[in-house]
Design a protein around this ligand. Structure first.
Ligand SMILES: NC(=O)c1ccc[n+]([C@@H]2O[C@H](COP(=O)([O-])OP(=O)(O)OC[C@H]3O[C@@H](n4cnc5c(N)ncnc54)[C@H](OP(=O)(O)O)[C@@H]3O)[C@@H](O)[C@H]2O)c1
Length: 280
């Protein structure tokens, strides 16, 4: 199978190249393919003639999206449309990686693929628009919603906590947002397993279990053996520019019902990531 990965320089993109290494995989980073440029996207898909496109490129800086709204729409919504249109022209199926931020987070249970979306941030709205454009343009799509993505390549919460914890020794972390940390070395192979089923549709793929950011931070420091005075705070006090869902937990209902292998518990995969990035 010939596979084309967009956003190949990102944290998920990096592990997608590894997950598809037994296939003929081509990864295009931001410098090689700007997904906001339709002619370039059409040419890339036409020239590489893939059997599958995995679209992992996105403007993922959630707070910056609130300011740089045109860029967020151009990359996350229209960029995904260009990829879907190019796939339709080339006859290739597509995986579009989406987010827990398409939900408002007010539910008192994990969200299934059948729950109504209601994004609260620019990032969430543009990613949801990307979903809709992909659905309308290309029936042969897998929309994979995931959450709290952590990988060895690029910036993420685990790496930020380890750096800040060592620099400051004292941190406040929000304790009123709950989600499922998801690790790229688990997610990327799960995307591959899904993408060979031919069962197109929308899927939630996250590591098992859930925690608050505060509990996640506690686990990071305990696992890495870093002494930090950790204090719980709340979203309002923390005051980030973009709203975040209080409940980000995604029920992997479709994966479970269609017999896909569940992703491991998040805390087991945290140990693996810390061993990789921290040598602990
Ligand atoms: N990170 C999370 O917690 C999270 C949660 C849920 C869903 N997701 C989704 O998961 C996917 C992968 O995210 P990630 O965590 O791997 O993010 P990431 O590390 O930020 O990777 C995204 C990549 O896309 C690239 N990119 C940005 N604008 C682009 C453009 N116009 N054309 C081509 N490439 C562009 C970025 O390059 P530059 O760095 O050069 O801009 C970056 O290499 C995304 O679809 C994201 O929305 C992420």
């Amino acid at each position: 199978m010939r596979v084309l990965v967009t956003g190949a320089g990102g944290q998920l993109g990096h592990d997608l190249l590894a997950a598809f290494s037994d296939d003929e995989v081509v990864g295009l980073g931001h410098g090689e393919l700007d997904v906001a440029r339709e002619p370039a996207v059409v040419a890339a898909v036409r020239d590489h003639a893939p059997d599958l496109v995995v679209h992992a490129a996105a403007f993922t800086k959630v707070d910056a999206c609130e300011e740089e709204t045109d860029t967020a729409w151009r990359v996350n919504a229209l960029g995904s449309w260009w990829v879907a249109r190019a796939c339709a022209l080339a006859g290739a199926p597509m995986v579009y990686v989406s987010t827990d931020y398409v939900f408002d987070g007010r539910a008192d249970r994990p969200y299934t693929e059948f729950d109504a979306t209601n994004p609260q941030s620019v990032y969430g709205r543009t990613k949801e628009a990307g979903e809709q454009l992909v659905r309308r343009t290309l029936p042969a799509h897998y929309i994979v919603r995931t959450s709290w993505v952590q990988g060895a390549t690029g910036g993420n919460f685990v790496k930020t906590m380890l750096r800040l914890g060592r620099e400051r020794g004292r941190l406040s972390v929000v304790d009123d947002q709950t989600g499922s940390p998801t690790f790229t070395f688990d997610l990327a192979p799960a995307i591959r397993r899904l993408a060979v089923t031919g069962r197109f549709g929308t899927y939630h793929l996250t590591n098992s279990g859930s925690c608050t950011w505060f509990r996640f931070a506690r686990a990071i420091f305990d696992t890495a053996g870093v002494e930090v005075e950790l204090h719980p705070t709340d979203t309002a006090t923390f005051g980030a520019p973009a709203p975040r869902p209080a409940n980000s937990v995604l029920d992997n209902l479709m994966a479970r019902l269609t017999g896909l292998e569940p992703l491991p518990p998040w805390d087991a995969s945290l140990k693996r990531l810390i061993a990789e990035v921290d040598g602990s």
